[in-house]
Design a binder for this molecule. Sequence first.
Ligand code: UD1
Ligand code: UDP
Length: 387
Amino acid sequence: MSTSPSAVPVRAMLVLGTRPEAIKLAPVARAMAAVSQFEPVVVTTGQHREMLHQMLGLLGVDARISLDVMRSRQQLSDLTARLVGELGEVIRLERPDLVVVQGDTTTALAGALAAFYEKIPVAHVEAGLRTGVMDNPFPEELNRSLIGRMARWHFAPTPRAARHLTDEGVPKEQVFVTGNTVIDNLLWVLAEGAGTSAFRTPAKRILVTLHRRENQGERMRGMGRALRRLAGRGDVEILLPLHKSPAVREVLLPELDGHEGIALVEPLGYLDFAATLAECDLVLTDSGGIQEEAPSLSKPALVLRTTTERPEAVEAGAARLIGTDPEAIVDAAAELLDDAERYRRMAGAGNPFGDGRAAGRVLAQLAEDFAADVPVGATALGPYSTA
Ligand code: UD1
Ligand code: UDP
């Protein structure tokens, strides 16, 4: 495709379907809506329902088109098929100049694939994260690798992520280190300052989230046992906003509901979650986004997974990769709760994920490329033959 004349706004279709995509694309959508060079067209797929909808208004994102693909406990293959079909139709109707996807969800993969089929160039926000283990996290590692083959712009949050892409053969002219937009959003939300912490007692506060597919079942049951043992110390309040996934709830509810020292709550809106994170002492999580947010607020994070695509936090000393063994989880948490010096070192390690200006860098690069007299229709593999 050819460039848009400079007076005509670039029509950017932002495709998002889950809670973290809403959070991480919100700064891009807000920034585009505030300038005349861009016309953001936000499409929500509804891969998540309650957890997505509770975010959009809070984050100042107006969806122009809303799909409704969520079915309880649906198979990944069914979800992917439905998404590619429905997004293909939306792209054909709207004919955007580019499609923007974020991260590694099924929505992001399907958005990139549908755009590729329609020969619309793809911008990938949070590109280049890798564990190097194709099925861990499952299916996200494959999803992001595949998006890396299809995208024209790769907005990497860190130099390491950028290196992964160039090592895989993506031309370095298509890779841009921007920082992670999650930091933009966190700073924006904290400046709004309207959230309320969900912690209720003055005990040591542990914030926990668990949802990853590869942890579901027995491993997650073991993590539940670890949380019960930690609560047994008697000096902690464990707060766990429960993911809506039935596969998570069927394990954690029987294990933890009604247990003293443990509060299970519904997913928190982003403003309240940010306030809760800001008030906690320690984070135990298998979430990607929370691994990035915790160091920004000087909160030590114990990552309850066997791999992480965010080793920057571990290397900085702000996070530790603990694995999923219950004993190891209890020991690592106790070390931090009981050793003030160790705690102080982790809390002070700093945030390696950006300065809160990532969305501005994304927009600047896109604006430059669309204003220049060069074709922008290309993938990581080379130009389209019709470009
Ligand atoms: C998805 C992403 C994962 C991301 C996570 C963020 C994929 C493959 N996985 O995982 O990368 O970390 O979102 O939370 O894209 N459900 C509801 N209401 C909701 C949300 C989910 O009822 O608001 C239930 C539905 O039964 C749904 C199930 O949870 O089928 C699982 O949701 P799904 O989006 O398939 O996967 P997640 O595990 O949430
Ligand atoms: N989050 C939230 N409310 C909650 C739990 C998490 O707003 O109750 C936010 C959190 O701040 C982070 C994002 O959701 O930005 C992470 O989403 P999730 O863990 O579902 O997905 P992942 O980041 O692992 O893909």
